[in-house]
Write a protein that binds this ligand. Sequence first.
Ligand code: KIV
Length: 265
Amino acid sequence: MKKNMTSTKLIAKKLAGEKISALTAYDASFAGVFSEQGVDVILVGDSLGMVLQGHNSTIPVTLEDICYHTRCVYAGNKGSLLIADMPFMTYSTPQQTWDNAAKLMQAGANMVKLEGGKWLLESIAGLNERGIPVCAHVGLTPQSVNVFGGYKVQGREEEQADNIVQESIALEAAGAQLLVIECVPSGLAKRISEALTIPVIGIGAGVDCDGQILVMHDLLGISSGYIPKFSKNYMSLTGDIHKATAAYVDEVSKGLFPGPEHSFE
Ligand code: KIV
């Protein structure tokens, strides 16, 4: 179904209490299937460093990698909003951010995603002024895995939780049009979703976000090694990629995914 999703339509979905579905994709074929099955947002995530390239983190991913996969996804996409990740250290200064984000937009992205909090405010405001919409990413930000000392749930302590709330509010005020929140307690994600006007898309953040995102390899049960608690294998339930995608969209829209077993309290 071609629906030409936009950030304005995503905000309208939030206002109407309709849940947003999002998946990662890295090529034209999967982008075609996901958009046809009604997935609102496709992310060309730097998770490709792990699920496509076989690294143990997202840190080796380059801007050229994301540009290449964004071009592939753009070619197959039939109307989902296309977000491209800015890789590790490609947005460390405002000018570098603007130059590199322009390349992702020229590759076909509708929006770019950056991991981090208050240190990004000038870069985000400048992206908006230059016509580039932004999705911010808070909570467990995988590019900072070496600072966190592992892939750990964030915001369990009150002070850290308050800090994530304040940073989310500041990111929206700077012009972010979407927020991804990863691996935080469900109550904290609910608090942030209620505090913000922009849609909040969760992964490992409970059912009370405005939408959900999954890495496509987790949806299809083809991730090797560690399977995150927040993932759900829809392929084993349906046996078919189209049906697995449709079941995910349906469960997200009805608030059936994620369940408590996929969430952190
Ligand atoms: O890179 C990625 O796939 C992501 C999602 C997990 C949100 O950032």
